[in-house]
Write a protein that binds this ligand. Structure first.
Ligand code: GLC
Length: 736
């Protein structure tokens, strides 16, 4: 490692071109002839050819051999021997692809989530990667937004836990001491895009920003993440990438972050489209002045910084600050001592998709699929007669939109998973994956998509109805196309394709027992699925071990314990809908006003289809009343809330016990409930356990009108149960 003086001396020896190059990130395709994963506007970059050799970091090049070759060739020509740093999108696993983050959020289990990051770090490190653009901790309350699949859902408390867990998992020590640096994103509040339309504006009060959206980014900073990525959106009219209030005042002054800030893909040049910069030079000035260190995949910094320095608009000390942060990051990674770090083709062969990692992935599937309905049909008896139907029955494209590195031949399909337990069943497709051929064509219908374009829904349906003639139970694997969520995947409707709903209707008409497996990157409208299914498992996009984990749940080798990290709306018209809402002056339920003049819809129900924190088990859990060891506490005391939980079933199981608190009166209106604690409790059949939560003053704090962060005396309600709809509240008072 270089010491501070050596780094300073290196900086002083650098030319302006060399300094500017450290602030530029390009894909590896500029350095080898392989196609890279282009994750943003493919457009013409427009960077001057002779400047490419100064580039400081590489985006989304993967593989020990490729990265080692690029690094070796680069260092041969680099005057000062400053190594490249390789960064990539490792969102839900590297090659051992885990369930999507929204699914991981449903585990309510930070330890599990940390273990997935530890596996990803090991596979990525031996493949030559130094930094991952993860965790994405944008809080999301609107299921129309496609990137909800990458988030941990709608709750700030959970987002904070998972943010810290992911950073520690990537950066912390593990058995093989193979780690990578974490870049938290997208700073900030990208998930609050108006109308759920990707890249749209964000309009939040300062209080809502600080109370609900910023904490999870701060949790990553406090956990020591090495980088922060700016988001595409404006906040209060100012694009995040040029927002010095966000990038300097909050991130650096208030939070003390001293790592690297990198723009999102082309976000600097997009300041022109935002209408805050008239050209690249303006965009460059605004971004660097706001505190954005690296320009991802545009020519702005490369083409304009020289000019700005020459004009004196930017001075060299500003440039040096950003360059120093990049050099320090490379030094922290040990790249000056060993520019190849952990890249190793031998270790790639040994570790990638090894049994140890697959086991963790399979376990993650069983702990993230949510049992939404079960009319005494699950777990299924292995010897029962059933058929498997649906476009996800034999589909290996079940890893979600950010799994561009997945090897689909390594993915266990639902059919393959079931076949490890039974093989006397038939499988048919039953319906196309998608009815909207224009959407498919927009994806560039190639491979499996071309095949879907030529399908006939009626033929598939008739074939399925014939196939299920002689069985009474049908497992139906359906859902939205993986590309209907993820970046650029906003939807105005949350419905399943009509051909899939028609399949369910026909099976119900034939009096079949229907077990529906749902694959999606977001909450969907499920009321008709609920009517026509005897059981529903929300499988999200479960990754390489999807089929195995789902089969474990279907036959009872695993008992569901996951809970929804995001509300499922009854109708898209309710979006954004979330559990920790304010009460309003005319709440629909307990208002004294006539029903018309209350906060409700006149044409749809107010309540969601499934609420935050909801999820069933094969066990049944009975809760006693909540008890408190005292009714009054001061700010430096605590109260112990306790409850008895009995497993009344004949199956051992894990209950995800949730603690909610409501602040009844505040100087600002407070949510009707806020999650403040979670415990995963294992109960044997017929076992009863007492579960305790310590209520502290910290749990009662919130962002006040003057933006101070503190609690206020007064009465609070405590709820403890298995979902946010629990109403077993008990009151206590906080006094000065
Ligand atoms: C994309 C995404 C961001 C990703 C980056 C690099 O546009 O917004 O999440 O990390 O580009 O691929």
């Amino acid at each position: 490692m270089l010491n501070e003086t050596e780094i300073q001396q290196l900086l002083e020896r650098m030319t302006v071109d060399e300094k500017i190059g450290q602030l530029v990130q390009l894909t590896g395709s500029f350095f080898d002839n392989d196609e890279n994963v282009i994750t943003g506007p493919i457009g013409k970059i427009g960077i001057e050819k002779q400047k490419i050799k100064y580039t400081g970091s590489i985006l989304n090049t993967l593989g020990a051999e490729k990265i080692t070759n690029i690094q070796r060739n680069y260092l041969k020509q680099d005057r000062l021997g400053i190594p490249l740093i390789f960064m990539a999108d490792i969102i839900n696993g590297f090659k051992t692809i885990f369930p999507i983050p929204l699914a991981l959020g449903c585990s309510f289990d930070p330890k599990l989530v940390k273990s997935t990051a530890q596996v990803a770090a090991q596979e990525a490190a031996v493949s030559g990667v130094h930094v991952t653009f993860s965790p994405m901790v944008d809080m999301v309350r609107d299921a129309r937004w496609g990137r909800v699949m990458e988030s941990f859902g709608e709750d700030t408390y959970l987002n904070n836990l998972f943010s810290q867990a992911m950073v520690e998992g990537y950066q912390g020590r593990n058995d093989r001491n193979l780690n990578i640096v974490s870049c938290v994103k997208h700073f900030a509040a990208y998930g609050a895009a108006i109308a759920g339309r990707d890249y749209n504006s964000v309009e939040l009060s300062e209080r809502a920003l600080r109370q609900d959206y910023l904490p999870a980014y701060k949790a990553a900073v406090d956990a020591g993440c090495g980088l922060v990525m700016t988001s595409f959106n404006t906040i209060d009219g100012v694009p995040a990438t040029a927002n010095d209030y966000l990038l300097d005042q909050i991130l650096r002054q208030e939070w003390g972050f001293d790592g690297v800030v990198i723009s999102d893909y082309a976000a600097i040049k997009e300041l022109i489209a935002h209408g805050v910069a008239k050209n690249e030079k303006e965009a460059t000035r605004l971004s660097l002045n706001a505190g954005c260190d690296i320009d991802m995949m545009t020519s702005s910094y490369s083409n304009s910084l020289h000019q700005l320095l020459g004009e004196g608009t930017i001075n060299e000390s500003q440039l040096d600050k950003s360059v120093l942060r990049v050099l320090e990051l490379k030094n922290k990674l040990g790249l000056f001592d060993n520019p190849y770090r952990n890249a190793s083709q031998e270790l790639e062969k040994e570790l990638i998709l090894c049994d140890e990692f697959r086991k963790i992935a399979r376990d993650a599937v069983t702990k993230t699929c949510v049992l939404l309905k079960n009319d005494n049909i699950l777990p299924l008896n292995k010897h029962s007669q059933f058929a498997l139907v649906g476009p996800y029955a034999q589909n290996n494209n079940i890893s979600g939109m950010w799994s561009f590195n997945v090897d689909k031949s390594q993915v266990v399909t639902v059919e393959e998973g079931i076949k490890q337990y039974v093989d006397n069943f038939k499988t048919v497709k039953g319906s196309p994956l998608i009815d909207d051929l224009h959407f498919l064509e927009s994806l560039g219908a190639h491979g499996s998509q071309a095949e879907i374009l030529n399908e006939n829904a009626k033929d598939l349906l008739n074939e399925a109805l014939q196939t299920v003639e002689d069985v009474d139970t049908v497992i139906v694997a359906i859902g939205e196309h993986p590309h209907q969520s993820g970046e650029g995947g906003s939807r105005g409707q949350l419905t399943l394709p009509q051909s899939q709903l028609e399949l369910l209707r026909k099976l119900k008409m034939k009096r079949k027992k229907v077990i529906t497996l749902l694959f999606s990157g977001r909450p969907l409208e499920l009321s008709e699925v609920v009517q026509n299914s005897d059981a529903i498992i929300q499988c999200w996009f479960p990754g390489v071990e999807g089929g195995n984990g789902i089969a474990d749940l279907l036959f009872g080798y695993a008992n569901p314990s996951a809970k929804l990290a995001m509300t499922f709306p009854h109708s898209v018209g309710q979006c954004p809908i979330y559990y920790n809402h304010l009460n309003t002056g005319r709440p629909a339920i307990e208002s004294s006003h006539s029903t018309r003049f209350t906060s409700r819809y006149i044409d749809i129900q107010n309540e969601p289809e499934f609420c935050f924190g909801y999820g069933l088990s094969y066990s049944q859990f009975k809760y006693s009343k909540v008890e408190l060891d005292k009714k009054v506490m001061t700010k430096n005391e605590t109260i112990t809330a306790s409850i008895k939980i009995e497993n009344t079933s004949d199956r051992d199981g894990v209950e995800t016990v949730q603690l909610y608190i409501r602040d009844l009166v505040g100087t600002v209106a407070r949510p009707v409930k806020e999650l403040k604690g979670v415990q995963k409790v294992y109960l044997q059949s017929k076992e009863t356990k007492e579960v305790e939560f310590k209520i502290t003053n910290d749990m009662l704090k919130f962002v006040q009108k003057d933006f101070s962060y503190d609690s206020e005396d007064g009465e609070f309600l405590v709820f403890i149960g298995g979902s946010s709809s629990i109403d077993n509240d008990i009151v206590f008072e906080l006094i000065k």
